[in-house]
Design a protein around this ligand. Structure first.
Ligand code: GLU
Length: 480
């Protein structure tokens, strides 16, 4: 395959793109990015973007696997035009096109058996020659077709010259036609292959621009053979480099090759963060990092997509997510956290805690963990660390703190801070000495948001009840 730079623009036809995921049980982030780019390209050019579920692999294409894709796209905010297409519904049409190609003499029935093909492949291997299918049935006339024997339908690909694509990302890419075998259009059971189905559907759906991963670049030459044989308009292609891990290796689970759903549920990513991260993964617009959906539509174009694979950086995604959490509406965050906590909780209390909690969280799991103390029931379960911290001195101190706070009427963060600082000074202790047992008593943990925020969020009654549950007044305790 030879490459060259250069690109063409399809100016005449209104833009129609498509996203064509196969239901494999997840919406892989690489695929989601392809969907996003197809969607943005069409929106940017005032065109349409269609969704086609490639559900021809019946074993994998369960309703659930399809729903995972639809949910993921919906969560990312990608709405497609018209109804969702299902490739399996067009099988008769695929066969019709194969038959048309047979009638035109652009395809043929091939009666080579699996055994014959295997023997030829083996011979080529022994002779260290590249294997090419050169079927003697290519030029047989229909009168030679044996009756009752099973066959596949193969396309007659051109043997001379080359096929070239002016790819909008890769530039000019060409391949010698002698490299392209007569591939199968219809299997011996009459079912269409991916290669045929995708071309027919793209044509029938009026697709003008095919934007997809560059693992499909080799397929494009084969698909063009069908398009040319049918004398259909050629679409523009944009083959996007795949996403690699941050070490440059192919993206695997360890790098974050998960489904969109896992980003939401297991990593606590907000959709706007994943949207922006995927947008910037392989596409750039100066140094700009953040885009609203409308801005992305306004600025996106294929010319900003780079030729080299982009590297997935989980840290960057989490940082971006933290940023979007801080920007997000508190009531929305509260509802999302309530879903995670899974019990019925006071949404208003949660929302009022958000300004404090969200300054620390990079993902929704951290945010929910940070909020959990609000809803703990007394007596609180203490972590081992919190338990160890609450020795008898600490519990004595808690009794003193309680004695003071009972008289505290102004329960704002600022007033509480001033009061406890004064107490620490009087006792000649660092503020931390007071804060640590207080935190353990109030949250059951040794880490939490700022202690004065914790007090103020819990309110006076609940705070005192939690403190008193751990306090042990000692005889020497002076009232401070
Ligand atoms: N269904 C194919 C896939 O998921 C995509 C086909 C295409 O974009 O041409 O990889």
């Amino acid at each position: 395959m030879a490459r060259d730079s250069g690109s063409t623009a399809n100016a005449e036809r209104p833009v129609v793109t498509r996203f064509a995921p196969s239901p494999t049980g997840m919406l892989h982030i690489g695929n989601a990015r392809t969907g996003l780019f197809s969607w943005l390209f069409a929106r940017h050019h005032g065109g349409k973007t269609l969704l086609r579920i490639e559900d021809t692999d019946k074993a994998r294409s369960t309703d659930e696997a399809i729903q995972v894709i639809l949910d993921g796209l919906d969560w990312l905010g990608l709405e497609f035009d018209g109804h969702t297409y299902y490739q399996s519904q067009f099988e008769a049409r695929h066969a019709e096109v194969a038959n048309e190609l047979l009638e035109k003499g652009a395809a043929y029935r091939c009666y080579l058996t699996q055994e014959e093909l295997a023997a030829r492949r083996e011979k080529a291997r022994e002779e260290r020659k590249p294997f090419h299918i050169r079927s003697e049935w290519r030029d047989a006339s229909p009168s030679d077709w044996p009756e009752g024997q099973s066959y596949v339908v193969r396309i007659k690909t051109p043997r001379d010259g080359e096929t070239a694509i002016e790819d909008l990302v890769q530039g000019r890419v060409s391949v010698k036609n002698s490299e392209i075998d007569d591939f199968v259009l219809l299997r011996s059971d009459g079912s269409p292959t991916y290669m045929l189905a995708v071309v027919v559907d793209d044509h029938d759906m009026g697709v003008t621009h095919i934007i997809r991963g560059d693992d499909h670049l080799n397929n494009a030459f084969r698909q063009l053979a069908i398009i040319q044989a049918m004398d259909w308009p050629e679409p523009e292609y944009a083959h996007i480099p795949l996403i690699h891990g941050n070490d440059g290796a192919k993206l695997s689970k360890r790098h974050g090759a998960m489904g969109v759903r896992a980003y939401r549920d297991e990593l606590g990513i907000l959709p706007e963060a994943l949207f922006n991260y995927l947008l910037r993964l392989g596409w750039g617009y100066g140094d700009r990092e953040e885009f609203t959906q409308d801005e992305a539509v306004e600025f996106f174009d294929i010319s900003g997509v780079g030729k080299s694979p982009s590297r997935f950086d989980m840290k960057k995604l989490l940082n971006l997510n933290g940023h979007y959490i801080r920007e997000a509406d508190n009531t929305r965050l509260a509802a999302l956290v309530a879903d995670r906590i899974g019990q019925s909780v006071d949404i208003e209390l949660l929302a009022s805690a958000m300004p404090v909690l969200k300054t620390r969280a990079r993902d929704m799991i951290e945010l929910a963990d940070g909020a959990a103390f609000l809803f703990k029931q007394r007596p609180l379960d203490l972590t081992d660390k919190a338990q160890a911290l609450l020795d008898s001195d600490a519990r004595g101190l808690l009794a003193q703190i309680s004695g003071r706070l009972v008289k505290q009427n102004d329960w704002t963060t600022e007033a509480l801070e001033a009061s406890l600082k004064e107490m620490a000074e009087t006792l000649g202790l660092g503020l931390g000495k007071l804060a640590q047992p207080l935190r353990a008593a109030l949250t059951g943990q040794t880490t939490s948001p700022g202690i004065f925020d914790v007090l103020s969020l819990l309110g006076k009654d609940e705070s005192l009840a939690r403190i008193d549950a751990q306090a042990i007044p000692s005889n020497q305790t002076a009232e401070i």
